[in-house]
Write a protein that binds this ligand. Structure first.
Ligand code: TMP
Ligand code: ASP
Length: 237
């Protein structure tokens, strides 16, 4: 597999073409972004930690029968993935109230959400990722009704697998964001990443924040805590 030119540079990852037109390389950089890119810092080892963490979680999801983009780790900071046509919305599931839900609805942080809440956001930093609903998505042609149903079903399937995985390791999966794409055969496949950058994880007993809120809120020990999450899951970094 040969790495070719850069296709796209996001806030934390760079995507490269390869000599296989169906495969891309994702490079996880140390850049860490919050507030739609207003706060960006380089955190030592974060690219490596997130690359390996993402591969570990995506492999667990594949084992549970969920199709993901991930093919293989190719270096400490790079993964080989299937090329997808990404759908420009973010699928968020919330098991516990936190973040923008608390700000928007004035509910107390930590409130258990049963059943969990599902929300769509448009991927658009300039507009601050506004919340959208199924009608916006169909009307603007971002995805079909069938694709929306599939994204919701897969996002909840991921919830069942990962809630149990983190619970067994002493953590609560508070909320998370997933992104999907369409593969060459037209199937909806989980893309992008699952790392502590795109979810909220609290220690079950102490409620210590173990995710990117440490960076957003200036709590310190960001990468060290991501490594602790990985170690609790049995992934040595
Ligand atoms: P929120 O509380 O800011 O709406 O975020 C909910 C969850 O989704 C949280 O775990 C962070 C994640 N998320 C991202 O990683 N990137 C995004 O652009 C958005 C909107 C949410
Ligand atoms: N969307 C990510 C966050 O919520 C990164 C960013 O917006 O810069 O922190």
């Amino acid at each position: 597999m040969e790495k070719r030119e850069e296709l796209y540079r996001g806030k934390a990852k760079t995507v490269y073409l390869t000599d296989d037109s169906d495969k891309l390389i994702l490079h996880f950089r140390n850049d860490t972004s919050a507030f739609d890119g207003q706060k960006i810092e380089q955190l030592d080892r974060k690219g490596e930690v997130n690359n390996k963490f993402n591969h570990f979680i995506m492999t667990k999801l594949e084992d549970a029968g969920i199709a993901t983009q991930v093919e293989a780790l190719v270096s400490d900071t790079e993964s080989l993935v299937k090329k997808l046509d990404m759908i420009p919305v973010e699928c968020v599931v919330r098991n516990v109230a936190a973040g923008s839900l608390v700000r928007r609805l004035g509910v107390e942080e930590g409130l258990l959400l049963d059943p969990p809440v599902f929300e769509f956001f448009l991927k658009n930093d300039a507009l601050h990722d506004p919340m959208v609903n199924d009608y916006h998505i169909v009307s603007f042609g971002w995805a079909s009704e069938a694709q929306i149903a599939e994204m919701k079903a897969l996002t909840f399937k991921v919830n069942a697998v990962l809630k149990a995985l983190f619970d067994e390791a002493g953590m609560m999966l508070v909320d998370y964001k997933l992104e999907f794409g369409v593969d060459a055969a037209g199937n909806i496949v989980l893309g992008d990443e699952f790392t502590p950058d795109g979810c909220r994880l609290w220690d079950k007993e102490t409620r210590k924040k173990m995710d990117k809120d440490r960076f957003r809120q200036g709590l310190g020990s960001v990468v060290e805590t991501y490594i602790e999450v990985a170690e609790r899951l049995g992934l040595a970094l």
